[in-house]
Structure formats: structure tokens, C-alpha cells
Ligand binder design. Structure first.
Ligand code: ATP
Ligand code: MG
Length: 770
């Protein structure tokens, strides 16, 4: 036994050391963020190895992400002073399951060379089954079925185990379709992602001999981020640990953020029941963050009910207070953060300089990344996106861009190939081959080729009709680009609408669909910063060119979910607005479950920061070219004042016209309408009347901050809107009664009695007073 002398033990506090040295029997380390759980877990691996208690292949260590697995390997290597190559069973649940399943595939009817389907293949298969069963695929989209089946798999439910009560969807055929899908997968010698775990659990449950073999084999089991395991993962672990029970789980109930994907925080709370006599270690000292950061995080999370409740303390300094800043809009937020990153890099306010590698921007929704990526590219600030593609690399963005490219130039064959059957319009491989052949033999572009195919009726009925529609659309959009009648922003929206691409995602019922729609909106928003489509396309191709990995320091951008377990000296948390964070969905939900998960996410976010944590929000966001006011996040109200410093945003309080004036002056239509009087009127942008802005104002009053110079109100007379004035009582078919708060272009800002504040087109409004 290595005594206290081992260097990795010297780095630990007594509670951690206890967790590391208690090698036999179940151990639970349940402790708050930054208390050294992961550090203790990796030290435990080092300890198992250096004391000769276990050999590398006898240790099963499970992490949540590949990044975490790599990091853990590195950390163990550092502790041992040597590379840790020989740990074959350190990885994610999925990576380890694939290995196990390859060894025993035949026990679930697969061959060991089975393929793992990607989402597209999975959907194609499901669609075939839905269609074969005469189910209306519009009402019951295959994607929805995929979501339901994934949900069952997360709960380790094979078709025979799904409760009948859950069979409502798909005309009560959901379970049968699930069974048929599983049979089909076996025929194809394939499985989907969810099967990887499910099959392994099934093998363990039905073949005790195999289970026993692995129970003996994996003599020590370690699990990080245990609070985020789902039922299937939980069973997988419980079965494997069932023999010797040498299992060490670490986690934090306050950081459970995957409930939406079937994780059960109950798993961690049940540990002591599952493993009687478990050694429970509590860690309370935080080594990551300053006092103010911990205080702020603690204040937010304390609003959650039903927590175990943990205290955290630090022996470090209070440090800088958490900084809170409100901005005019999302673009200004991105501009400010860009400047702030550069200031921190140079060294500011007496702080020593920070490396870009030590700064991270953590967003709630991935569409928020666009504003930062655009801004950073503009000012040449190197960045990396972690845990997902960059904004302009995303599938839906590339699809949409392909349409825009074709509207600008019909010679763009690559773009045509991308969208000819996206969204699906029955133009499969064969149709595409016909188009390609025709184009080649005539020496023309694919769009021209398609036109020839239509003219010569070279395709069968439905395909021909669809292709004719597509060519029509492409011609129309191309003509519109040249005529420059509509603004390019309107045109872009129209293209996405008319091509059926927006509708395709609107009808999609999978959990990713809303995010994709948000990204498309964000794309249209990005267009506003450019004079025309062409200019925008050039900008993006420059971005894509920039992609080649540069060496050197970079600021990281990622979602809060992807940031779990990580730490950075400086953290920016933008977009703290109701509806964005917490998400609209969590706010609409009855009960507190969704909202509490959002709050845990806020806690995860703040606790990633070591020294500087900056929270920001925008008073307005533009959605499809319209201003929408937003309320500062309710989580901001939960930040304890003692730990927060409110910063003065330059554009809002320093006089001047801020982004409103700039945005307005850049818009030729506004210029036309306002003439030389531009600044005077732009200064009166009605957004300053928005509830978000007003709340910002009263907050600044309370805190003795500078005041906005004057209330601003912009009224533009257009025929469509002249029938209304502010204060009018109006009626809208969908949103009911409300009061006109402001008028902007042909849009009215209306505070509806029930539906909240919305921007609506004037022609859909009836004056209720008249
Ligand atoms: P999270 O809940 O966010 O995953 P965690 O509990 O896993 O956090 P770690 O990442 O292991 O925390 O540790 C947080 C930081 O504190 C790391 O930088 C780690 O090196 C440091 N640390 C952990 N334990 C100690 C200790 N005993 N002495 C000094 N530093 C420590
Ligand atoms: Mg950790």
C-alpha cells in the first residue's frame, strides 16, 4: 500500500484521500461543483494501478463525453508520470458498449461485424415501416417515432416490455412498429445508437454466465457525472457491479442537466439503497472558483426545491464580483464581449493578461453562437467551437445556403445536388442521375439539365412534376435577385418558405427541430448585416476558408451542456433572457421540473468560472427582421446582490443612438422615409418602450446607475399602419385583445392581454375601439 507519500495523494484533502483509498466496496462521492470529484476519481485510478491492486484492463471507467474520456486519460497519465495507453475500458458508455457487443453480438441475433446506423438510415427504415403499415406519415412523422423509440431504449425497454399505456401514438401501433423495426435491424445486421446499451443490458440479463465473466473481469468500476445516467446506463452499471460491488460513482444532483434525454437524477439519490453499506464521501471545499462566483452560483441554485442541499466554501479570495451587463441587442452583446475578450487578453483593470485559451463563452442555445462567430471573424479573434459544428457548418445552414447560392447563380452544381431532394420531394438517386446525364451530354449546368429533363419529360409522373416546381422556383428566385425588388432578407425568407424547407422542419417533431428552426431564423438575421445576398455569400465563404485549423490560442464557444465538467479562468454567459434562458419550453411547461433543470444549467454555467464570470442579456432581439423585446432572465433576479457588480453598457447609457440608430441608418428604407431627420427619429426607436427595456431602466434606477437620456419613440407612417395610434385597443384573431404599444414599419408592437407582447403585421389587426 502506498502511504501518504505518493505525490497524487499529497495533492488531495482528507475526504478525497479517503475516497481514493477506500478501494473495496461501493463508494459514492456526492458533492458540489469544483470540489475535486473528477480529480479524486482519476487519483483513484492512479492509486489502483500504482498499488498493483488492479491491472489496467481490470478497471472500467465511464465518462460522459469523449472529451471527458480523453481528459481523464491525460490526467491519469500526468499523475503516474507516464502515458496511459493500456486502459482499454476507459471511455463513454457507448464506446464501451460497442466493444462488448462486438464480442457477444450473436447472443442478440447480430453478427460481430454489425453496422451502426446513422440517423438518416434510421429514419429511412422507420419511414418504410410507417408507410407499409398505412399510417399517415404527415400526422405521424417517422422522426417522431424515432424519438419515441429512443425514449424507450433510454429506459431499457425492449418491445415486449413497453407498458401498454404508452401505445397511444401512431394509431396505437407504436409498439408493433418498434418490434418490426428491431426485427428489420437484425435482418440488416445493424443496430442504432440506443441499441448499443440496450443489447448489452439484454445480454447481461439473459446470459448470467456472460455477466459473471465481466463482473469478475472488471474488478473496479468508476463513473463520473453519475447524476446524468439514464435508466439503461444505470442497469448496465448495476448489473456489472452486482458481484464484487467495487463501484465508485461521483456526481452532483445540482448538475443534473439531461432530464430531457431520459437521465434520472434519482439514480444518484438511490445509490445507498442499491448498494447497502456504501461509503458516502462528501466534499465541501471548492478549489475552482472565487468566493463571489461561488456565492452567485449558490444563490441561484438555492431557488430549486427538493435538493439535497450542499454547502460549498473556498479558502481562496472573494475575487471579482460576478459582472452583469445589459445590452441593446444580441449583436451589441457580441461586440462588447469581443472587446472584453481582447481587453482581458491585454490585461485590463489591473488584472494580469489572460490567454485566449482561458476564456469561454457558454451559450444556452446553439443558435446564439452565430453572432459571436460573425463578430470574432470580423475582428480576427481566433475561436473554436466545442462539442458541435460551427454555425455555418450545420446541416440546415448549409442546406439554406445552397438555396441562396442557386438564387444568385444557377451554375452552382454542388448547391443543386445538395437541395434537389432536400426537403424530400421524391427526386431520388435515379432522377438525379437522369439530370446529371442530360446536363453532361448537353454541356450545361445541372439547373439547365433539370430544365431539359422537364421539357423533354424524361422523368416519371410525380418526379417530373416536382422537378418542374423546383426549376420554376429557382428561376423565380434568380429573377428576384436580379430585379432587386424585395430586400435580400425578405427574399431569403421567401426562398426558405417556398422551397418547403422551413415547412419541412416545422413538421418535424424531433427534439432537434426547434433548434434547427432557430438556426434558420438566426441565418436570416445575419443577412441583415449585409447589403445583398452576394455579399453575404462571400462573407461565409471567407469564413469557411478560415476553417483550416490555425495553431495558437483560441477563445472557446460551446453550449452549457457541452461545458459540463470543464473549467475556465474567464467565462462569459450571454443571453440570460426569459424565453432563451430559461428556455421558452421550460417556462410554458406546467410544474417546475423544466425550470429547475434550467436553473441547474445556470449553476453549471457559473461554476465553470474560476476568476471572472460575466453574465449578460440583451433588451431586444431581432427575429426575422423584427424587434422583439425580451425580459432579463428570472435567474438574474436570483443572483445575490452582494456578489454582483452591474456594469454600464456603453451603447445604452452613454447617450448617442446606440445600435438602434445604426441599424436604422443602415436600412435604405428607413433612410428614404426619414430623410435628413434620420437621427432625430431613429433616436426614438420604440424598442425603448419595451418591457425589457423598462425593467432595465428601473433596475438601473434602483442601483443608482446612469439613466437613458430620454424615452425614445419611433413612428413611421405607412398606409397600412396609419389607421392605428399608440394606445389603441385592438383585436387579433389568434392573440385576442391588446393595446398598441408602438408602431414600426408595417408592424405594430402590441401588448396582448393574454398572449404577451408581440410584433404583428398591421393588416391582421382590427381596431377594437372603432
Ligand atoms: P465538476 O462538478 O464541475 O465536475 P469536480 O468536482 O469534478 O467539478 P474537479 O474538476 O475535479 O472538480 O476539480 C476542480 C478544480 O480543483 C481542478 O482544477 C482541480 O485540479 C482542483 N482541485 C481538486 N482537488 C484539489 C485539492 N485537493 N487541492 C487543490 N486543488 C484541487
Ligand atoms: Mg468533474
Amino acid at each position: 500500500m502506498v502511504g501518504r507519500g505518493a505525490p497524487y495523494l499529497d495533492e488531495l484533502n482528507p475526504a478525497q484521500r479517503e475516497a481514493v483509498q477506500t478501494l473495496d466496496g461501493p463508494v459514492l462521492m456526492l458533492a458540489g461543483a469544483g470540489t475535486g470529484k473528477t480529480k479524486a476519481l482519476t487519483s483513484r485510478i492512479a492509486h489502483l494501478l500504482t498499488t498493483g491492486t488492479a491491472r489496467p484492463h481490470e478497471i472500467l471507467a465511464v465518462t460522459f463525453t469523449n472529451k471527458a474520456a480523453r481528459e481523464m486519460k491525460m490526467r491519469v497519465g500526468r499523475l503516474l508520470g507516464e502515458a496511459v495507453e493500456g486502459m482499454p475500458w476507459l471511455g463513454t458508455f457507448h464506446a464501451i458498449s460497442v466493444k462488448l457487443l462486438r464480442r457477444h453480438a450473436e447472443l442478440v441475433g447480430l453478427k460481430s461485424n454489425f453496422t451502426i446506423l446513422d440517423t438518416d438510415d434510421q429514419l429511412r427504415l422507420l419511414k418504410q415501416l410507417v408507410v407499409a403499415d398505412d399510417i399517415d406519415e404527415k400526422r405521424w412523422p417517422p422522426r417522431m417515432l424515432a424519438g419515441i423509440i429512443d425514449g424507450w431504449k433510454n429506459k431499457a425497454l425492449t418491445p415486449d416490455k413497453v407498458p401498454v399505456a404508452e401505445s397511444g401514438a401512431f394509431d396505437h401501433k407504436g409498439i408493433d412498429l418498434y418490434a418490426a423495426y428491431q426485427r428489420r435491424l437484425l435482418d440488416l445486421n445493424a443496430c442504432d445508437f440506443g441499441d448499443l446499451l440496450l443489447h448489452v443490458v439484454t445480454i447481461f440479463q439473459t446470459h448470467p454466465d456472460v455477466l459473471e465473466q465481466y463482473q469478475r473481469w472488471f474488478r473496479y468500476i468508476l463513473v463520473d457525472e453519475y447524476q446524468d445516467t439514464n435508466v439503461a446506463q444505470y442497469l448496465w452499471l448495476r448489473l456489472l457491479a452486482g458481484g464484487h460491488k467495487n463501484i465508485c460513482c461521483v456526481g452532483d444532483d445540482d448538475q443534473s442537466i439531461y432530464g430531457w434525454r431520459g437521465a434520472e437524477v434519482g439514480n444518484i439519490l438511490r445509490f445507498e439503497k442499491d448498494f447497502p453499506g456504501a461509503h458516502v464521501v462528501r466534499l465541501e471545499q471548492n478549489y475552482r472558483s472565487t468566493g463571489h462566483i461561488l456565492g452567485a452560483a449558490g444563490g441561484v441554485i438555492s431557488a430549486n426545491k427538493g435538493r439535497l442541499g450542499k454547502t460549498l466554501f473556498t479558502e481562496g479570495d472573494d475575487g471579482e464580483k460576478v459582472r452583469l451587463i445589459g445590452h441593446w441587442d444580441g449583436e451589441e452583446e457580441a461586440r462588447w464581449i469581443g472587446e472584453e475578450v481582447e481587453a482581458l487578453q491585454r490585461g485590463t483593470r489591473g488584472l494580469s493578461p489572460y490567454s485566449l485559451d482561458h476564456m469561454a463563452i457558454l451559450v444556452r442555445a446553439s443558435h446564439q453562437m452565430r453572432a459571436f462567430e460573425d463578430r470574432f471573424l470580423t475582428i480576427g479573434l481566433p475561436y473554436r467551437v466545442i462539442g458541435g459544428p460551427r454555425f455555418y457548418e450545420r446541416m440546415e445552414i448549409r442546406d439554406a445556403m445552397a438555396y441562396f447560392r442557386l438564387a444568385v447563380s444557377q451554375d452552382d452544381d454542388l448547391a443543386f445536388e445538395r437541395i434537389v431532394n432536400t426537403p424530400k420531394r421524391g427526386l431520388g438517386d435515379k432522377a438525379v442521375q437522369t439530370i446529371q446525364r442530360t446536363a453532361r451530354s448537353n454541356g450545361v449546368s445541372l439547373v439547365e439539365g433539370a430544365r431539359l429533363v422537364v421539357q423533354g419529360k424524361l422523368l416519371g409522373g410525380k418526379g417530373l412534376k416536382e422537378l418542374a416546381l423546383l426549376v420554376d422556383g429557382l428561376d423565380r428566385w434568380h429573377a428576384q435577385v436580379r430585379a432587386e425588388e424585395d430586400t435580400h432578407v425578405e427574399l431569403a425568407e421567401m426562398i426558405l418558405d417556398e422551397s418547403g424547407y422551413t415547412g419541412f422542419w416545422q413538421n418535424d417533431k424531433t427534439p432537434e427541430a426547434p433548434g434547427r428552426l432557430e438556426n434558420l431564423k438566426e441565418l436570416v438575421k445575419a443577412l441583415e448585416n449585409f447589403e445583398n445576398l452576394q455579399g453575404f455569400l462571400e462573407h461565409v465563404s471567407l469564413i469557411m476558408d478560415n476553417e483550416t485549423e490555425q495553431e495558437g490560442e483560441k477563445v472557446s464557444i460551446m453550449t452549457l451542456h457541452a461545458a459540463k465538467g470543464l473549467e475556465f479562468p474567464c467565462v462569459f454567459l450571454p443571453g440570460w433572457e426569459d424565453g432563451l434562458f430559461p428556455s421558452q419550453r421550460s417556462m410554458d411547461e406546467s410544474g417546475m421540473k423544466g425550470l429547475e433543470e434550467e436553473r441547474r444549467l445556470a449553476y453549471v454555467g457559473i461554476t465553470r468560472a474560476e476568476e471572472i464570470c460575466t453574465i449578460s442579456f440583451a433588451a431586444n432581439r431581432r427575429v426575422y427582421g423584427q424587434w422583439q423585446s425580451s425580459m432579463p432572465s428570472r435567474f438574474i433576479d436570483e443572483l445575490p446582490e452582494d456578489h454582483v457588480e452591474v456594469l454600464t453598457p456603453p451603447g445604452l447609457y452613454g447617450g448617442g443612438y446606440g445600435a438602434a440608430g445604426m441599424a436604422a441608418s443602415a436600412n435604405p428604407r428607413v433612410q428614404e422615409m426619414m430623410g435628413s431627420d434620420l437621427h432625430q427619429k431613429a433616436a426614438e426607436a420604440n424598442v425603448y418602450n419595451s418591457p425589457g427595456w423598462k425593467r432595465l431602466q428601473s433596475r438601473s434606477q434602483q442601483r443608482g446607475m446612469a439613466q437613458p437620456s430620454e424615452a425614445r419613440n419611433m413612428t413611421i407612417d405607412l398606409d397600412a399602419v396609419s389607421a392605428f395610434t399608440e394606445g389603441d385597443r385592438v383585436f387579433h384573431q389568434k392573440f385576442g385583445y391588446g393595446e398598441v404599444m408602438g408602431i414600426e414599419g408595417e408592424k405594430l408592437l402590441i401588448e396582448f392581454d393574454k398572449a404577451g407582447t408581440k410584433n404583428v403585421i398591421a393588416k391582421f389587426i382590427v381596431n377594437a375601439d372603432a
